[in-house]
Design a protein around this ligand. Structure first.
Ligand code: UD1
Ligand code: UDP
Length: 362
């Protein structure tokens, strides 16, 4: 059996890493097809090196563009590779344009697809990720739902039981596999002059937040209010999309320590020792919950409602006063919530299902 892993962005590399490790452990025949959606070294290369992942056999180098440009270029490139390699199954993870292209190219060639992190819904169709999720879920053959809630979403949309497997989220595997290493590596806290428990961490990059001048302004003002109120450092490793917008809009980020996007171990270290995390990232909401660090989500909805239910996360939107109010609520939150995303063995389950199902198809 030959497996094709199609990926293209930072979170896909991180969340696919445990699956790749599992396949290496089992000596399986697989290859990585990188779309090239993320290409800057600190959004891409650093993760392959640090997580010791094999080089992609193919890189389509599609780079950035509009949604149609990115997806269109990827579709043609993925199809060409799949025609040449003829894998038995394609695996994709998450909700990016790379996922959309991987799934569409494969299903039209009648190659079975496994969608890792299936069934997440924000119920907000203005988000490009929501459209990608829906299409990926409705066209994939194996839906690896991280939680029971994700499974319910799929069943509610008429997807059959037999295609859904609740496995946990591979982000738990990734956190467990890398947290100890993060504690041993050069300390980014020392480099930034930070003390554990005495700083705030922020990541904001989603299109709906940073491509809207008004929303991004509200968020930056909110973060500055928070930093002023608590009077401890606030560190923001800034995603290239957000950095571009911040410069274009000419916002004043005084009081906020802007740094380059960090490698994974440094980011895990920053997250695990933070007093409070502010984010619009999906992966960061999950990691904060797993690491038991309270999180304020700078959005009006989340496709990770499990984090809200256990009390790890709160929605603040993009208004400065609301951001400060929610930060005050979460600052002293008790941190003993359960982790709703699984036991760190999601990759093992996913590969188990693939082996069993592909075996019985033969
Ligand atoms: C994409 C995903 C988003 C995910 C994020 C992870 C889609 C629709 N969106 O958003 O769901 O949360 O990845 O980080 O797929 N850029 C660089 N270097 C890079 C990559 C991007 O400079 O390596 C800049 C470019 O200016 C580019 C912009 O960032 O135009 C946006 O990149 P793009 O890949 O289109 O979307 P993301 O915002 O990264
Ligand atoms: N991350 C990282 N360095 C950073 C910021 C984030 O390694 O400077 C990691 C983070 O630990 C998480 C993933 O990137 O695993 C989340 O990716 P991102 O926020 O880009 O995308 P999303 O999860 O929103 O799709």
């Amino acid at each position: 059996m030959k497996v094709a892993i199609v990926l293209g962005t930072r979170p896909e590399i991180i969340k696919m890493a445990p699956i790749i490790r599992e396949m290496e452990k089992k000596n399986m025949d697989f290859f990585i097809l990188h779309t090239g959606q993320h290409y800057t070294s600190n959004m891409n290369r650093v993760f392959f090196e640090q997580l010791k992942l094999p080089e992609p056999r193919y890189n389509l180098n599609v780079g950035s563009g509009t949604h149609a440009e990115e997806t269109g270029r990827m579709l043609m490139g993925v199809e060409e590779v799949l025609l040449e390699e003829r894998p038995d199954v394609v695996l994709v993870e998450g909700d990016t344009n790379s996922v959309l292209a991987g799934v569409l190219a494969a299903v039209k060639l009648m190659i079975p697809v496994g969608h890792v992190e299936a069934g997440l819904r924000s119920h907000d169709r203005r988000m490009p990720e929501e459209i990608n999720r829906i299409i990926a879920d409705h066209t994939s053959d194996y839906l690896f739902a991280p939680t029971e809630k994700a499974k319910e979403n799929l069943l509610g949309e008429g997807i059959g039981y037999e295609r859904i497997f609740v496995t946990g989220n591979t982000i738990v595997d990734a956190v467990y596999q890398n947290l100890l290493l993060a504690e041993d590596c050069d300390d980014i806290l020392d480099d930034l002059g930070l003390k554990g428990g005495e700083y705030l961490l922020a990541t904001i990059h989603r299109q709906e937040n940073v491509d809207s001048r008004a929303r991004f302004k509200g968020i930056i003002e909110g973060l500055r209010l928070v930093q002023n109120h608590f009077n401890i450092p606030l560190v923001y490793p800034i995603h290239p999309r957000a950095e571009k917008r911040l410069k274009e809009y000419g916002f004043d980020a005084e009081g906020i320590t802007l740094i380059e996007p960090t490698d994974y171990l440094s980011f895990l270290r920053l997250e695990s020792r933070a007093r409070l995390i502010f984010t619009d990232s999906g992966g960061v909401q999950e990691e904060a919950c797993i690491l038991r660090v309270p999180c304020v989500t700078l959005r009006y909805n989340t496709e990770r409602p499990e984090t809200l239910e256990v009390g790890a996360n709160i929605l603040a939107g993009a208004e400065p006063e609301s951001i400060l109010e929610k930060a005050r609520l979460m600052f002293d939150a008790d941190r003993f919530w359960p982790n709703p995303f699984g036991d760190g063995r999601a990759a093992e389950r996913i590969i188990g299902v693939i082996e069993e199902r592909m075996g019985s198809r033969r």
